[in-house]
Design a protein around this ligand. Structure first.
Ligand code: AHR
Length: 340
């Protein structure tokens, strides 16, 4: 529910009697907007950066009352959180959907309550009852990883690809898109995907899955694709423990997604060969959507975040993804310094 900025109101009335140029009544009556944010959880460095981005933008200082719920990767908790926001009569609801389906009923409830919903990061695929979505093209990220591997293998004279994939949370659009994109190139190139299991986008599960892969596929794989950096950190620990070498100097090519600061440090050191960015800093764009809605305007339904592809070796300058040439960036200290 909209609350008046009491402090500003008092300042304004004082100013009307004391100042030569009084503050406008409009400014004095500025509203605090209450925003409910149902966040996925806290499974990764990416997630921490996404939460911080929202907390920084939707701060009390900026005129917002942010109601934040960490749903700990539990879809039932996330639906409950959204219903809680409806009960609280918040002004806007931000949802980062854990999974991409099962949303139509609760979004209808938001619509009936007259509360606009903004979806961030992952997509909702079974309802369009939201004002806007701001996030990443996960299929493009997966395609980019595949195209890079194709070009890299050709450059290095690697003729056979036997890949193990550690997927993200099953049913999330990030997992679905990255899997589809990479598989499209793998199928076209005739690569073998030996196994593809859910690593839940977290380090502990990534490590567990890799430990079991190392036992089941000993000596049979030359590529590991982790669908986020935290899974890759776990996979590196598991491979080190099993005596498997990886990265630029190793036997196994390691590919990751997110390109968080720690991920890029491992690209620079050569432990991760290539890292495909997923940009978590969506909150400023979400604020723009809210400003447009407040002004009675219709925002763009879909806003895509800008993302880059990072590598260790300076041997390929670009790849072509979906017919578009895209640069490959060699990681430097300056890039790491500026990353989330
Ligand atoms: O939805 C974005 C994905 O979720 C990021 O790749 C991952 O790190 C996060 O947990």
């Amino acid at each position: 529910m909209k609350k008046k900025l009491a402090v500003l109101g008092i300042a304004a009335s004082m100013c009307v009697s004391m100042c030569a140029a009084p503050m406008s009544v409009q400014a004095a009556e500025d509203d605090v907007l209450t925003i409910g944010f149902a966040q996925v959880g806290h499974e990764s460095d990416w997630r921490t950066a996404s939460t911080k981005s929202c907390q920084d933008v939707f701060s009390a200082e900026n005129g917002y009352d942010l109601q934040f719920v960490d749903c700990d990767n539990d879809s039932a908790v996330q639906l409950e959180a959204v219903r809680g926001f409806i009960e609280q009569e918040v002004d806007y609801i931000i949802i980062d959907p854990i999974v991409s389906t099962g949303w139509d009923t609760v979004l209808t409830e938001c619509e009936d309550a007259g509360i606009p919903v903004i979806v961030i990061d992952r997509t909702i695929d079974d309802s369009d009852k939201y004002a806007a979505w701001v996030g990443s093209n996960f299929k493009t990220e997966g395609l980019a990883a595949g195209e890079w591997l194709k070009a890299y293998a050709a450059e290095k004279g690697i003729e056979e690809i036997n890949a193990l994939v550690i997927e993200g949370t099953n049913g999330s659009s990030a997992q679905i898109g990255r899997t589809e994109g990479f598989k499209e190139i793998a199928d076209a190139e005739g690569w073998t995907i030996l196994d593809s299991q859910d690593g839940n986008f977290d380090q502990a599960t990534g490590q567990e899955v890799m430990e079991s892969y190392c036992k089941s596929y000993e000596g049979k794989f030359n590529v590991v694709v982790c669908q986020n950096d935290n899974e890759a950190f776990g996979a590196m620990d598991a491979m080190t423990a099993a005596g498997v070498t990886y990265g630029v100097e190793g036997d196994v090519i390691l590919v990751s997604f997110d390109a968080c600061t720690a991920g890029l440090e491992y690209v620079k050191s050569g432990d991760i060969n290539a890292d495909f960015e997923c940009n978590p800093l969506a909150a400023p764009f979400v604020e723009e959507v809210i400003k447009q809605l407040e002004a009675g305007e219709t925002p763009e339904k879909e806003v895509y975040m800008e993302e880059h592809w990072y590598v260790n070796e300076d041997i390929l300058s670009e790849i072509t993804v979906d017919g578009v040439a895209q640069p490959l960036t060699v990681v430097t200290d300056e890039i790491i310094e500026a990353q989330y």
